[in-house]
Design a protein around this ligand. Sequence first.
Ligand SMILES: Cc1cc2nc3c(=O)[nH]c(=O)nc-3n(C[C@H](O)[C@H](O)[C@H](O)COP(=O)(O)OP(=O)(O)OC[C@H]3O[C@@H](n4cnc5c(N)ncnc54)[C@H](O)[C@@H]3O)c2cc1C
Length: 619
Amino acid sequence: MAVLLRKTETKGKTEALEVVESARETVWAAPSFVADLFLGQFRSALLFPYPEQDPEDRCIGDAFCAKVAAFLKANLDADEVDRTGDLPKSVIDGLVQLGCFGMKIPKEYGGLGFSQTNYDRAIALIASHCASTAVWLSAHQSIGVPQPLKLFGTPEQKQKYLPKLAAGAISAFALTEPDVGSDPAKMTTMATPVDNGAAYLLNGEKLWCTNGPVADYLVVVARTPSIVEHGREKKQLTAFIVEKTMPGFEIVRRCDFMGIRGIQNALIRLTNVRVPKENVLWGPGLGLKLALTTLNTGRLTLPASCIGGAKRCLEICRRWANERVQWGQPIGRHEAIGVRLARMAANTFAMEAVTWYACALVDRGGADIRLEAAMAKMFSSEALWELVNDAMQIKGGRGYETAQSLKARGESPDPIERIMRDSRINTIFEGSSEIMRLFIAREALDPHLKVAGELFNPKAPLAVRLQSAWRMLKFYARWYPRQWFYNPRARTPGVPWALRGHLRFVRRASHRLARAIVHAMGRYGPGLERRQMVLWRAVDIGTDLFAMSAAVSRSARMLSRHPGDSTPQMLADHFCREARRRIRANFRQFFSATDRRAVKAASRFLDGDMAWLEEGIVR
Ligand SMILES: Cc1cc2nc3c(=O)[nH]c(=O)nc-3n(C[C@H](O)[C@H](O)[C@H](O)COP(=O)(O)OP(=O)(O)OC[C@H]3O[C@@H](n4cnc5c(N)ncnc54)[C@H](O)[C@@H]3O)c2cc1C
C-alpha cells in the first residue's frame, strides 16, 4: 500500500512538474539583474542609477492619487466595509467614475492607460486605506480579463471587451479548484469542443474566485483534450473569456475570510457553459502559460498594496510610540521598541526600493522582470507580515482591539487588528511564498540546467549525457574559477561612501551564492529538487542581495536629489546590516543536517507516531 502511495505521489509530482515546465517561459531574451546575481555577476548598470519616474508621468500619478485619496476619505469607511463585508455600490460607482477600473486599460479603449508605476502607486494608496478595495481593483485588472486580453487578445476581442471593462464592467480570474491550489496539473474543469470546434462546453467548479459574484466577464482556465507529443499524452490547459450571462454559469456560494472581508469571492459552477471558440485567449493549450505570463507583471500589484499597509502601520506607530508614555518615557524611546521601529522603517524602504524598481523596468521595457517581480511579491508580503506583528506589539492591547471598539471608547480607531487580518493572505494568494521560492529557484538554476541538465536526466540516452558532460566541463572550467575572485576595488558611481561596503558585500556574496548553487547541484544531482530548504536558502540569500542593492541604489538617488537629508542612507544602511546577518546565517547553514532530521521527524509525525502529543484537547 505504502509503495503504491509513493508511486502515485511520484507520478503526481512528475505530472505537476511537466505541466508547469511546459508553461514556463524558457527564453531569457532581455537582461535581469537578479538572474545575473545568481550567476555571480553584479551588473550594476542594470540597477544604478536608480530609475526615476518620468516627471510628466509622475504629475499624472500625483493628480490621480490626490483625487482618489480625497474620494476615499470622504466616502469609504474601511472598518464598516470590514464589519459588513460589503463595499457600498456608491463607492464602486465613484471608483468607476474616477477611472479606477480602467487604470491599466489603454486610452484607445477608454481606459486611463497608466504606466505600471502609476497603477501601483494608486493601488498602494488605496490599500493604505482599505485592502479589500485594492483587491477588488487588482483582481479586476491585474489578473482579471484586461491584462491577459491586452497581452494576448485578438484585435476583435480587445475591441469587444476592453471598452466595457474600462467603463465599469467587472472581471475576475478563475484558475483555482478544490483540488487545484498550487498544482494546475490536477485541473478537472473540462472544456469539450463541440460543433466541429466552433465552441466549447465548460464543466467544472472554480474555487475562491475573487470578484466572482459580481463579475461580468471572467478568464476561466480549463482542460481541453490532451495531445500526444513524442508518444506521450500532454495535458492541455486553455484560457477562455466567460460571460456571466452564459447559460450554465452559477455562483454556488460566496466565500468569507479572516481578512479582506469586503471582497466578493465565490465558488463557481460551470454546467455545460457554451463558450464560442472566439473567446479562447491566445490559443488552445496556452492557458497556464497565459496565467503565468500575466502574473509576471500582475503580481506586482501585491507588493504595492503591501507598501500601502506598511506605510499605514508606520504612521500609526510613530504617533503612538511618541504619545504613549510608560516607565517614565515615550515607549518609542525604550530600546526594544526603537529596534522594532527602525526595522519597520528600513523594511518599508526596501519594499519600496524593490517594487518601484520592478515597476520602472516594466515601464522602461527591455528587461526580463520575472525574478524581480516574484521577489518583490515574496519579500514584500513576508516583510509586511513581520511589520504588522511589530505594529501590533507596539500598540499593545490597543493593537489587538478592533477599531470599532476603540472608537466606541473614545480612542483613536487605529485599525492594526484589521490590517493584521487583511495582510495575512498576501503570502498565500497570487503564488504562495513556497511556490514563489520554487519558481525563483527554478529560474535561478536555469543557466546551469541548460548546461548540465541532461547529465542529470536518467532517461536521457548515454550519448546525450556524454555531450552534456563535455558541455558542462567546458563551461565550468571557465566560469567556476571566476567565482573565487572578485574585484574589491570595483566602484559603482554615485554611491555614498557609507554604503559602498554593502555593495562590496553583495558582489562577494553573489559569487559565493553562485558557487553554493553549483556545489548543491554536484552534491544532490537531480535530487536537489527535493532539497527544498537548500533551495530556499539560495533564494533567500538572492532576495536579500537584490533588496540590499535596490535599497542602496534608491538611497543614493534620493541623496543626490536632497543632499542635506541623510535619512534614506540611514534606512538603507540599517536594512543592509540586518540583511547581511540573515545572509551570513543562511550561508552557515546552507547544507544543514537539521533539514534531514526535520524531514524524518515530520514523516513520523505524519504517520501518526506522535499522535499522543494531541491528547488532552477537546475534539
Ligand atoms: C482570499 C482569496 C482569494 C483568492 N482569489 C483567487 C482568484 O481570484 N482566482 C484564483 O484562481 N484563485 C484565487 N485564490 C486561490 C489562491 O491563489 C490559492 O489559495 C493559492 O494558489 C494556494 O492554493 P491552496 O490554498 O489550495 O494551497 P495548496 O496548493 O493546497 O498549498 C497548501 C500549502 O502547501 C504549500 N505547497 C504547495 N505545494 C508545495 C510544494 N510543491 N512545495 C512546498 N510547499 C508547497 C503551499 O505553499 C501552501 O502553503 C484565492 C484564495 C484566497 C484565499
